[in-house]
Design a protein around this ligand. Structure first.
Ligand code: UDX
Length: 453
């Protein structure tokens, strides 16, 4: 009989994991404390934007292999394997991770576990958390040590969540026994047969793999953005520089795109939490490194505001600014720690009238930033603007025609926060084009005119 699996926490990670496990042929019960979330998913409605996932959710519900509940008693009775996928956001009062949802979930589930099972942590946690969870399980579960803990971090990216779950780069499992390993091998038999590497470690190593991976990715982005700062100081161009670096296989071009930097629900809070953990552990090399990575990343936002000011001739007071993009990255409606929205808010704070357009994220942005105006198209956001800011590189912005947009704006000023546009093409259409880490070649051309005239 196929394993019966519960997935506790049906947010972004959990809903994806549950639907993908049902797709792989398992009987799956998704649990969430939020009744609205459970009824939406049970009715086949996704509470967030994710390509492919809606189809999998529908297929799972239709097959009868995927169901949802709010009852821990149902989950405990049902599951051979319980995946914990609850969120671990940044605490309001510090950089550390908030583990309250995770601990509440363990405390609710453990006392109901009266038959052998494996509880698998998937949430991103500070190293050492699994020891605390294991102790609680052992203390609270009626079945005792036969409710065993494992850790299995996930690496999915928003926008690619289904592919990243069904065919991940690698599967990492932290286990304490051969029995837990065997069960997790059964869960992931499909992807492993298709060639996905399966790595078995101790629990703390599995916990650390996830935060180390995100720390590396964030460091890579901040590295190229630190080089962009140097480029700005000397008039060099970070875009061809990054391209030249990328030809070196040891460096590679992925996560080396300079610009407004990283945001979202994972990288920022994960590097802060890892910084807090390593500070506590006395490993100051990592906390110092990640502190700088964070600072470089946040400085890009300030620099973007500088570019807007520069294009507005030094003051944004009363100026009309069109903002293209407010999600933290393209093809997502997620605005958590979005660099784009942060910049839009700051520019508004400096007195500008800010009109935002985003293909997917405006309903969320409106709730957090009601003071901004929202347009129903790119052209409407650009209408009568003194300055346009490209802050999230959605395809429709990257492919925008500078002539067409030029006809609706009040002044042809473009600040490109993602180095996504062909600056020469925009300049040829009469735009003043500025981008992070790139020289203002038009200004030097103007200088040479004024020198010769
Ligand atoms: C990330 C990790 O990639 C994933 O493995 C982990 O499980 C969760 O966190 P995600 O938050 O979905 O995934 O976004 P990702 O695609 O990694 O992008 C993160 C941010 O970095 C975005 O704001 C993006 O715009 C920015 N970015 C990315 C850059 O600024 N430059 C780059 O070269 C790449």
């Amino acid at each position: 009989m196929p394993l019966r699996i519960t997935v506790i926490g049906t947010g972004y990670l959990g809903a994806t994991h549950a639907a993908c496990l049902a797709e792989l042929g398992f009987e799956v019960l998704g649990l969430d404390a939020n009744e609205d979330q459970v009824s939406a998913l049970a009715a086949g409605r996704l509470p967030f934007h994710e390509p492919e996932l809606g189809r999998l959710l529908e297929a799972g519900l239709h097959s009868g292999r995927l169901r949802f509940t709010t009852s821990y008693a149902d989950a405990a009775a049902f599951g051979d394997v319980h995946f914990i996928c609850v969120g671990t956001p940044q605490r309001a009062d510090s950089d550390a991770a908030d583990l309250s949802h995770l601990m509440a979930c363990v405390d609710a589930l453990a006392p109901l576990l009266d038959r052998p099972c494996v509880v698998v942590g998937k949430s991103t946690v500070p190293v050492g958390t699994s020891d605390i969870v294991a102790e609680r399980l052992a203390r609270l579960a009626p079945v005792g040590p036969e409710a065993e803990l494992a850790w299995n971090p996930e690496f999915l990216r928003e926008g690619h969540a289904v592919a990243d779950t069904l065919r991940p780069d690698r599967i990492v499992v932290g286990v304490r026994s051969a029995r837990a390993e065997t069960i997790l091998r059964e869960v992931y038999a499909g992807p492993v047969a298709a060639g996905v590497p399966f790595l078995v470690t101790e629990l703390p190593t599995a916990e650390l793999v996830k935060v180390a991976a995100n720390a590396f990715l964030a460091t890579k982005i901040s590295f190229i953005n630190a080089i962009a700062e140097v480029c700005e100081a000397v008039g060099a161009d970070v875009v061809p520089l990054a391209r030249a670096l990328a030809f070196d296989d040891r460096i590679g071009g992925r996560f080396l795109v300079p610009g407004l930097g990283f945001g979202g629900g994972c990288l920022p809070k994960d590097i802060r939490a890892f910084g807090a953990t390593t500070r506590e552990l006395g490993v100051s090399s990592v906390s110092a490194l990640l502190g700088e990575v964070d600072a470089i990343n946040l400085r890009r936002r300030a620099r973007m505001v500088d570019l807007a000011l520069e294009l507005a001739d030094g003051s944004l007071e009363g100026r009309a600014v069109g903002v293209l993009g407010c999600s933290f990255k393209p093809n997502s409606d997620d605005i958590r720690d979005s660099p784009a929205l942060d910049v839009a808010g700051t520019v508004h704070g400096l007195g500008a009238r800010v009109t935002v357009y985003d293909p997917a994220a405006m309903h969320r942005a409106r709730q957090v930033h009601p003071e901004l105006e929202y347009a129903s198209s790119m052209a409407d956001a650009a209408a009568d603007a003194d300055v346009l800011l490209l802050l999230t590189e959605w395809r429709e912005f990257v492919e925008a025609d500078p002539e067409v947009l030029g006809r609706v704006v009040a002044q042809r000023n473009m600040a490109d926060g993602r180095s996504a546009l062909d600056g020469d093409r925009w300049r040829a259409s009469g735009w003043r084009y500025r981008a992070l880490g790139r020289p203002d070649t038009q200004a030097s051309a103007d200088d040479s005119v004024s020198l010769t005239s």
